[in-house]
Every structure is written in structure tokens, then in C-alpha cells.
Ligand binder design. Structure first.
Ligand code: GLC
Length: 554
């Protein structure tokens, strides 16, 4: 396999709960994944990233880890993982696993030991425990809010039954933040990295990679924009060159940790890679995560959050190439994942929908037509896959799945829904188990028909088996684009902007492919050249909400 594969790889995110369910209990698992791996090889992706499958009480769908070096029985066993890894490698697919270092589950033995050991103990120093403020310490140590809503502090009851210290949790109260200034924590995670590297994984997606270090003194902080994005970052419009940082995001001290991890990975063969989930802006700041001695990649959320608007897209693409290029890193591109509204719905929304708000019954009357929205989603994908660098795909987007917007309240599972008292729907709408066969129980997700989130009837239309034989299906489009991307070496190419088009047209050349995306309101006349692929079929001029790949004239 070529070296530094991550520079141009297309990486497919599997959300294990919802991909394929081998034992029929309604939650996806490793056996299910294994049985469907050939489909991913056939799709034409280079690597697969698995959201967490480690031991966990599943209070945040596995992002609350109770044992970092074992597999939750819900998903199978370490032996099942070995099977998946062996098969994937045989199919030419790299495997990246999710590492969650910012917090553990409150069930983790470290947290249980910290609770038992009491204030001032070395064990408490593994987490962020503080005395409360006010008379009797009844008030939280500072004003920080959880990303999922409500205060970021929970008070514990000490062993003698009295109200005690408070612990920090930037996410759910079942996810206490670790203290990354503790040498114990640092050493423990190096061991965890080595455990999985020895097991043979090709890399890690690092959860909340901007959160590990908190500012000294834990000063009060009110984000400029309430709630929403995983970063609680300022709105894109008020971002100046380097806007002030929240005292819990993007602190300088995180970089030392990733430099150490870089060295750990460098000690292994095979170009192992780290990809950071860091919700920081602007892109010039994000590029610090991928300096030559830190991570290999970081998710480009600025791109994901860019609306379907010509000028904004050109700008974010150019800024990304420059910012990452300046540190010698590839840019990455992403439109969907398990935390955001699926882009085959999101890009056509006509109302503000901050990350985490989700979509639900209250919004039904203001939703876009799903065929119109899918058309836009396909055009956006065709633009993304033409760009040099690495792209991330989220399971089900290759089927054109829309966000599930009508989940009943009592089916919802995202802690965001509970912690905001139903004010934010949260992320369940993009996490519904995906359809494989139109006529099978649970649409082929398993054989029993059970599903941890109810699947909509609409899934029959989107099932993989019906799309396989349809040359105009979204699945066929993804396969074609991925194949052409590989043939033309677009992942290692360069963007050359093409002038002479309307403001709402994104036109560029990458190697010998001309790419034109029409985000405007009128059809666009195309230059000469054979059509290699189009996000929707057309004849003559390029219709609105369509992207075309043409063989560029010499
Ligand atoms: C990341 C994950 C998200 C999770 C959170 C807390 O943002 O992508 O799903 O809830 O971290 O671990």
C-alpha cells in the first residue's frame, strides 16, 4: 500500500450501533460489520473509521468508555475485532478506531476509585474535582455549561454520606473529564495507544481533541453564542484572525500531548495516523493540530458548516488548502457524521439549525422537499470528492439517506434531548440503523426486525439492494465518483480556480478533471469536454444544484 495513505484517503465512518446487526438484538455489532465489509470495498473507499465499540454503559452511545482495551459485549469480543481487522486488511481497507481521551465513563474503575478515595487523594487528581462555591460549597466551582446542556459540574456524595466535591463534565454527567495534567493519565493513554497499535489498527480518530487541557484556575466563561456546536465556538461571522478561546477548548497544552502520541505512532510500521476531532476556528488555528510532529489529519468542520453558497464554499476551500498546506498537511473534507444533521437534508434547510439542535416534529412544516434536498446533497458530495486531500463519508450517505425527522419523543436516546428538557432534539436523527435490503426485516439491518431506533418506512426506497441495479441511484453516483477520483489521482492533485463564471458557480480544475458546481438559480453553459460524471442526469446546460466532472481540455 502506498505510503502516507492518509494524505488522499477516502475514509468511511461506521457507526457500529447502526451499521449491521449480526445477533439480531437491535444494536449493530462486529459480526454484522464483518459480514458487510465487502460492500465497503466494492464502494471504493480506502479506510474505515469505527465509532467506539469499547466497554461502555452506552449513556452517550459508547463515547463514555468504561474499559479502553476491551470490547463491549453488545458489539462482540476482541476476537471478533481481530476477524474484522483481518478481513478488512485482506480487502485493502485500513481501519481507524475511535479513542476518547477527554473523559471516561463514570463507570470506569478510575472514576470509581476517585470517588472512593475522597478529596485530596491522588485518585481524585486523575479527574477534575473541585470544592463548590458559596456557603457549604453548594454552588458549582464555575459557570461552565455542558455541550449537551445544563451545568458542566455535578456534585458527589462523599463516602460518609455528606454532600461533597464537584467534578467537571463538559458532556454528560456520566462522562467525567480526565485531568490531562496528571502523569498517571498521560502514561495510561500511551499504553492504550500501544495496545491497539499492537493489535494492528492503522490509526485513531481522537475524540474532543481540543478539550484535554483546561486553562489554569478554571476561570468563568460565557461563550459568545449559546449552546450548539461541539466547540461552543464563536459564530463564524464574528471570527477575527484568532478569536479568544474558551478556557476549555484549544488550550496550548494539548499540543504537547499529540507530539508525544506522534512519537508513539512513529515507533510502528505502516504509516499509522491520528485524526483529531477539534472544533476550533479559524482554520489557521486548527492547522496547529496537524503540524509535522503532531497529528496527521484533523476534521475540517469549517467546511462541513459552510452553507450551500458559491462564495462561501470557494473561500473555505481556498482557506483550507492554504492553512493546512502551510504546515505540510493535507486538507480533509467532510459533510456528514454521527453528530450533525445529514447533509442530504441539512444543505437545503431554510432555517437556522445549530449543531445539536437536530430536527423533529416541531420542524415538520418547514422542511425542504426531500428530493430537492437530496439533489443538493449529491451535488455537494460530487464537489467534495473532487477536492485534493482526504474525505470522510458517513455510513448511509452513499444511499442518499435523509435525516430521520419524525422519531417519536420516547424513542430518543441522545443525552442532549434529556439535558435540555426536549429543547434540542439532539443527534438521533442521523443515527438510525441503515437499510440494506428493501424487503427484509429491519431492511436487512438484521434478521429479527429489531432496531434500537425505529427505522422509517421510507428506508425501503433507499435500501442498498434497490440502488445497486439503478445507474442513476445515489449509490451508483458514489461508486462512480470514487472510481474516477482514484483513476485521475484527484486526492493528490491541486485546485486551480476557473474564472469567467457567475458568483454562484464553483468552477475548478484538478489534474485533468474540470469540476463545475451550479449553486445559482439559472442553468450554466459548460465548456467543451466529455462528461465523466454528473451528480444528477442532465442534457445541455448544467442545471441548478448539479455538479459535473468533465475531462479537461489540454
Ligand atoms: C464527540 C463525539 C460525540 C460525543 C462527544 C463526547 O464530539 O463525536 O458523538 O458525544 O464527543 O464524547
Amino acid at each position: 500500500m502506498a505510503s502516507e495513505w492518509w494524505r488522499s484517503a477516502v475514509i468511511y465512518q461506521v457507526y457500529p450501533r447502526s451499521f449491521a446487526d449480526g445477533d439480531g438484538d437491535g444494536v449493530g455489532d462486529l459480526r454484522g460489520i464483518r459480514s458487510r465489509l465487502p460492500e465497503l470495498a466494492e464502494l471504493g473507499v480506502d479506510a474505515v473509521w469505527f465509532s467506539p465499540f469499547m466497554t461502555s454503559p452506552q449513556r452517550d452511545a459508547g463515547y463514555d468508555v468504561a474499559d479502553y482495551t476491551d470490547i463491549d459485549p453488545l458489539f462482540g469480543s476482541l476476537a471478533d475485532f481481530t476477524d474484522v481487522l483481518t478481513d478488512a486488511h485482506a480487502l485493502g481497507l485500513r481501519i481507524i478506531i475511535d479513542l476518547v481521551p477527554n473523559h471516561t465513563s463514570s463507570d470506569h474503575v478510575w472514576f470509581q476509585a476517585a470517588l472512593a478515595a475522597g478529596p485530596g487523594s491522588p485518585e481524585r487528581d486523575w479527574y477534575i474535582f473541585r470544592d463548590g462555591k458559596g456557603a457549604g460549597g453548594d454552588e458549582p466551582p464555575n459557570n461552565w455549561q455542558s455541550v449537551f446542556g445544563g451545568p458542566a459540574w455535578t456534585r458527589v456524595t462523599e463516602a460518609d454520606g455528606t454532600p461533597g466535591q464537584w467534578y467537571l463534565h463538559l458532556f454528560d454527567s456520566s462522562q467525567p473529564d480526565l485531568n490531562w495534567r496528571s502523569p498517571f493519565v498521560r502514561a495510561a493513554f500511551v499504553d492504550i495507544l500501544k495496545f491497539w497499535l499492537d493489535w494492528g489498527v492503522d490509526g485513531f480518530r481522537v475524540d474532543v481533541a481540543h478539550g484535554l487541557i483546561k486553562a489554569e484556575g478554571l476561570p468563568d466563561y460565557t461563550p459568545p453564542q449559546a449552546g450548539g456546536s461541539m466547540g461552543g465556538r464563536p459564530g463564524a461571522d464574528d471570527v477575527e484572525d484568532e478569536p479568544p478561546l474558551a478556557p476549555y477548548w484549544g488550550q496550548e497544552g494539548v499540543h504537547e500531548i499529540y507530539r508525544e502520541w506522534h512519537e508513539v505512532l512513529a515507533g510502528y510500521d505502516g504509516d499509522r495516523a491520528l485524526c483529531g476531532e477539534a472544533w476550533v476556528e479559524p482554520l489557521s488555528r486548527l492547522a496547529k493540530w496537524v503540524r509535522p510532529d503532531e497529528m496527521q489529519q484533523t476534521f475540517n468542520f469549517a467546511y462541513l458548516e459552510t452553507p450551500w453558497e458559491g462564495g462561501a464554499l470557494r473561500e473555505v476551500i481556498q482557506d483550507s488548502l492554504e492553512a493546512f498546506g502551510a504546515v505540510g498537511a493535507p486538507s480533509t473534507w467532510v459533510l456528514s457524521n454521527h453528530d450533525v444533521v445529514r447533509h442530504a437534508t441539512r444543505l437545503a434547510l431554510a432555517f437556522e439549525n445549530p449543531q445539536g439542535a437536530g430536527i423533529g416534529p416541531r420542524d415538520l412544516k418547514r422542511l425542504p422537499d426531500r428530493f430537492f434536498a437530496l439533489r443538493r446533497g449529491r451535488a455537494a458530495t460530487a464537489l467534495m470528492l473532487a477536492l485534493p486531500g482526504s474525505s470522510y463519508l458517513y455510513q448511509g450517505e452513499e444511499l442518499g439517506l435523509p435525516e430521520v425527522v419524525d422519531l417519536p419523543d420516547d424513542a430518543r436516546q441522545d443525552p442532549t434531548w434529556f439535558r435540555t428538557g426536549g429543547e434540542r432534539y439532539g443527534r438521533d436523527g442521523c443515527r438510525v440503523p441503515i437499510p440494506w435490503e428493501a424487503g427484509a426485516p429491519a431492511y436487512g439491518f438484521n434478521e429479527t426486525g429489531r432496531s434500537w431506533l425505529p427505522q422509517p418506512k421510507l428506508w425501503a426506497e433507499y435500501a442498498r439492494d434497490v440502488q445497486k441495479s439503478d445507474p442513476e441511484s445515489t449509490l451508483s453516483l458514489y461508486r462512480t465518483l470514487l472510481e474516477l477520483r482514484r483513476q485521475h489521482g484527484l486526492g493528490l492533485g491541486e485546485v486551480e480556480w476557473l474564472g469567467g463564471y457567475h458568483e454562484q458557480v464553483v468552477a475548478l480544475r484538478n489534474r485533468d478533471v474540470t469540476v463545475i458546481a451550479n449553486l445559482g438559480t439559472a442553468p450554466v453553459t459548460l465548456p467543451a469536454g466529455d462528461i465523466l460524471a454528473a451528480s444528477s442526469p442532465f442534457e445541455g446546460r448544467l442545471p441548478v444544484d448539479t455538479t459535473v466532472w468533465l475531462r479537461a481540455a489540454e
